[in-house]
Design a protein around this ligand. Structure first.
Ligand code: URA
Length: 244
């Protein structure tokens, strides 16, 4: 196995960052510093060290789907002391990574794995996996506003990517206020992409929820619950994995 793949699969960093660590002489193989990119190791026999620690591949790969509630941050630690997704998903002796992110205030489908290399690669835009979100906004939305969302909202001269947008439902809350629920499908996953799109047309988002990543669906998973991907979902994920 290539040394950078070994390091990223073990969760050290992305392959690109692992290449930098190798060039900087921070990685040892069998007690010797290795600086050559493209170094091949025998992952069953060779001893790889980074930062004075022996790096090991996970014994079994684990893939999980979580229904992230609002009010949880997608990171291992938070400087502001907020709750993190790892307060919800705790598996003894398994170091998990989230595959992509959802904002603190966004809920819905989030995938997690202990396969660091895969977690880093599938979030790359070149994978072009379509993600579907349900977006609930206050009030109605006009056809002209839908057209702007579909064509790509321009903010400060920068055009956001196009999106597939459909109205799903008009709702009334307990105060008889009108709300609109939409389906928004995007491929990119830029920072706050959907929130920016709606800000761009002057609409306030009340609820943002991811319901699918490619063919993997949130389904009936309750808020805060998680489960292992089924064998069918694993087949789908493996297909994505093998396209790169
Ligand atoms: N777009 C956003 O604005 N936020 C998310 O959490 C996901 C997509």
């Amino acid at each position: 196995m290539r040394l950078n793949k070994f390091l990223s699969t073990s969760g050290v960093a992305s392959r690109r960052k692992c290449d930098e660590l190798i060039i900087q002489g921070k990685i040892k193989v069998n007690n010797l510093v290795v600086k050559e990119l493209g170094t091949i190791i025998d992952e069953k026999k060779d001893i790889v060290e980074f930062d004075g620690k022996i790096i090991k591949l996970p014994l079994d790969f684990l893939y999980i789907k979580l229904n992230k509630p609002k009010g949880y941050i997608c990171s291992a630690k938070d400087t502001k002391g907020r709750k993190t997704i790892f307060d919800l998903v705790k598996i003894p002796n398994v170091r998990l990574f989230n595959i992509g992110r959802l904002d603190y205030d966004t809920e819905g489908l989030l995938l997690l794995t202990n396969d660091g290399d895969f977690a880093q690669s599938i979030i790359h835009p070149s994978f072009e996996i379509e993600k579907e979100y349900y977006v609930t906004i206050q009030g109605h939305i006009k056809e002209s506003e839908l057209a702007v969302l579909r064509a790509g909202v321009v903010i400060n001269g920068n055009k956001l990517p196009k999106a597939k947008v459909e109205v799903l439902k008009i709702l009334k809350d307990s105060n008889q206020q009108i709300k609109t629920r939409l389906s928004v499908k995007i491929k990119e996953g830029l920072n706050h992409q959907i929130r920016k799109m709606f800000q761009g047309i002057g609409k306030e988002i009340i609820l943002l929820k991811r319901v699918s990543i490619g063919q993997i669906k949130l389904g009936g998973l309750s808020r805060g619950d998680y489960k292992k991907l089924s064998s069918k979902e694993m087949e789908i994920l493996t297909k994505y994995k093998n396209t790169k």
